[in-house]
Ligand binder design. Sequence first.
Ligand SMILES: [Ca+2]
Ligand SMILES: [Ca+2]
Length: 175
Amino acid sequence: MLDQLANYLQALWAYVLREPLKVLLVLGLVVPVVLIGVNNLRESSRQRAVETELPQLVERIKKARVGSNLVLGEMTGDFYSDGNAKCRKGQSLRSLADDDACIVGMTAQWQKLGFEDLPRDPWGSPYLFDENEMEGGGCEAGRYDVVFSAGPNGIDEADVWNDDVHMLVPPFKCP
Ligand SMILES: [Ca+2]
Ligand SMILES: [Ca+2]
């Protein structure tokens, strides 16, 4: 068995030495296909992760609201957290410096909800939210808080969503 394997490897090596161009050609065709497959697998596992994590974040927000008896915007003291934290900057949030306004601002907002650290999405961007329930004081229909990921491109596009992945939070005090 081992002898056979050794013979096979020897023959393979002899072939590689004899036909280096053919070997390179085949590798050149095979390697990109494998890389594309690996990237697709990685991307779909990130999509699955974000779909698991968003409901968990929403559950924690719901618990924090019950604990404080406040709507989300009252707890954070803001009704436009991702915007006021300067996360809607038209550039990727995936590798921002720790002292970037978006990182500092969203960390502070999540901490007001009882989070120790800034939750980050599977692409490395901070998880974001925009508080809407009772924004302006009243219960305007359809104003749901929304928690979201900036998605694969890392850009906060909450006005149009694009590749952002978002989840509405069921209202707490409004009908
Ligand atoms: Ca808002
Ligand atoms: Ca995006």
